[in-house]
Design a protein around this ligand. Structure first.
Ligand code: FES
Length: 246
C-alpha cells in the first residue's frame, strides 16, 4: 500500500528557480528560508505559530489565483513559488503604506528607533511616501504603564498579535487579547483590567515578541538600555524567572 504520510515525507518544490526539498507540513516561508530566501514579514516569527494577519509575506504560486501568505501556506509537491515580482513589490509597499498611515511618524525620537521591524520593513519594501492618514490614531491615549517593567502604547501597536500569541504559546498564560476592529483595534489585558491587574506574570515574552515600540521595557524608554537581558522564557511555569535574571 501507500506509505503513510509522515513528517519525514519530503516535498519537492521550486522557489524563485531554486529546487527545494523540505518535510511535508513545512510552510512556504520556511521552505524559502531553506533556499536562503528571506520573505518580508511582520506577524510571523521563528518561535510562534503562523497566524497570517499582516499579509506582508505574500507570494505567487503557479496555477493559483491571488497572492497567498507564505507563512500559512504549506508546501506541496511540484509547487512553483515566486517571491519577487513587480506585482508583489507593489502589493508589499501598499501593505506597508497602510501600516505606516496608522502609525506615528516619530521614528527619530522613538525608543525603538534602529530596532524596529516596522521601520526595517518599510525600508526594505522601498516605501517612500504615505498617501493616507495622519498616523494619529490612538495618539494622546495614555499608555498602560501599570506593569513595573514595561508599558503598552497603543499608538505604536500594529495589532500583529505576536504578543498575544507569545503570552499563550511561550508562556502558557492568557493575559492578553486584541480588542475592537479597524482603527480602534488594539491589544489589551484580558478581562478589561490594566496589565498589572491581569494574569500577566511579567515574563517579558510579549515585549520580546513586539516588532515595534508598542510594548517596551520601561528602562529602554527611560534611558535607551534594557535593564535586564531577556533571552528566553521557560514555557513550563508562570514565575517568569527570565525577566528577573541578569
Ligand atoms: Fe505571513 Fe504576516 S508574515 S501574514
Amino acid at each position: 500500500g501507500t506509505p503513510a504520510r509522515t513528517s519525514s515525507h519530503q516535498v519537492r518544490l521550486t522557489i524563485d528557480g531554486h529546487a527545494v526539498s523540505v518535510p511535508a507540513g513545512t510552510s512556504v516561508m520556511h521552505a524559502a528560508a531553506e533556499a536562503g530566501i528571506d520573505i518580508p514579514r511582520l506577524c510571523a516569527t521563528e518561535q510562534l505559530e503562523a497566524f497570517g494577519s499582516c499579509r506582508l509575506c505574500v507570494v505567487e504560486i503557479a496555477g493559483r489565483r491571488g497572492f497567498p501568505a507564505s507563512c500559512t501556506t504549506l508546501v506541496e509537491d511540484g509547487m512553483t513559488v515566486n517571491t519577487e515580482s513587480e506585482a508583489l513589490f507593489r502589493l508589499r509597499r501598499g501593505i506597508m503604506e497602510l501600516y505606516i498611515s496608522d502609525h506615528p511618524l516619530d521614528c527619530l525620537t522613538c525608543s525603538a528607533n534602529g530596532n524596529c521591524e516596522l521601520q526595517d520593513m518599510a525600508g526594505r519594501v522601498g516605501l517612500r511616501e504615505v498617501r493616507y492618514g495622519d498616523g494619529a490614531n490612538h495618539l494622546g491615549e495614555v499608555p498602560d504603564a501599570s506593569n513595573p517593567y514595561f508599558a503598552y502604547d497603543p499608538s505604536k501597536c500594529i495589532v500583529c498579535s505576536r504578543c498575544v500569541r507569545a503570552c499563550a504559546d511561550i508562556q502558557g498564560t492568557f493575559a492578553l487579547t486584541s480588542t475592537a476592529r479597524g482603527f480602534e483595534s488594539r491589544i489589551a489585558a484580558a478581562g478589561g483590567v490594566d496589565f498589572l491587574a491581569s494574569e500577566c506574570v511579567s515574563c517579558g515574552a510579549c515585549v520580546a515578541a513586539c516588532p515595534t515600540a508598542a510594548l517596551m521595557e520601561k528602562s529602554v524608554i527611560a534611558n535607551g538600555q534594557p535593564q535586564r537581558r531577556v533571552t528566553t522564557t521557560c514555557a513550563y511555569c508562570g514565575v517568569g524567572c527570565s525577566l528577573n535574571a541578569e
